[in-house]
Design a protein around this ligand. Sequence first.
Ligand code: SAM
Length: 246
Amino acid sequence: PPGLYIVATPIGNLGDLSPRAADILARADLIAVEDSRVTAKLLQRIGTKRPMAPYHDHNADKVRPALIARMAGEAIALVSDAGTPLISDPGYKLVRDARAAGHVITTIPGPCAAIAALTLAGLPTDRFFFLGFLPAKEKAKADAIAEISAIRATLILYESGPRLAATLAALAKGLGDREAGVAREISKAYEECVTGTLTELAARYADHPPKGEIVVIVGPPGEAAPTTEADAEALLRDALLHLPPT
Ligand code: SAM
């Protein structure tokens, strides 16, 4: 049926394309893509060929109205090069405008590097905060980190190999030396997740920028140190109550 289909695609292992995603892609009248070469490979893998239209940061504003118009009578799928569209990828304005136009919108959930990394790191998952990519410039990066330093949640961010060590060091400086994980090449042959404190990880990668795609996971702040004398006294009294019997 006509409408907009948000289709998640693999982040490395083509086996992660869901049967439903493959089915929707094979039947779409048009697939809006970031890079037609990347999506052509995926379509080839599932033995199909569909019309594609580029939809990326540089042309989105221009081509969006035509895509919205076509959704009235055609099934338009949106994919990005890898993972879930809209997550550090284009698409939310397309969904917004499709919604405003009253089109049917459905999502075909699947791989997302942020969530996959969160499941690898062994850090708390009950509350998490996704930062996307931090700014590249040092000052802007430090400011962005300062802004989120008080958030009591695990942090998830995307980063590139060459910038990893500097970002880990900036995180250690702005957040304190929290527990963290670096997940790399998820679902590919050289998948790994290295854990340690931010300082340890910064040192590990300083002289050896890793290759491939990377997600950084940072644990939440530890229990806050007592700030007033009354707090300290309450903590002490509580500790005394729980001393083992002698
Ligand atoms: N929309 C995508 C998703 O759902 O994960 C993310 C797109 S964002 C432009 C690309 C970034 O995601 C990469 O720079 C990297 O930080 C992360 N990423 C993508 N695939 C990955 C993988 N297989 N392993 C680790 N990180 C990955």
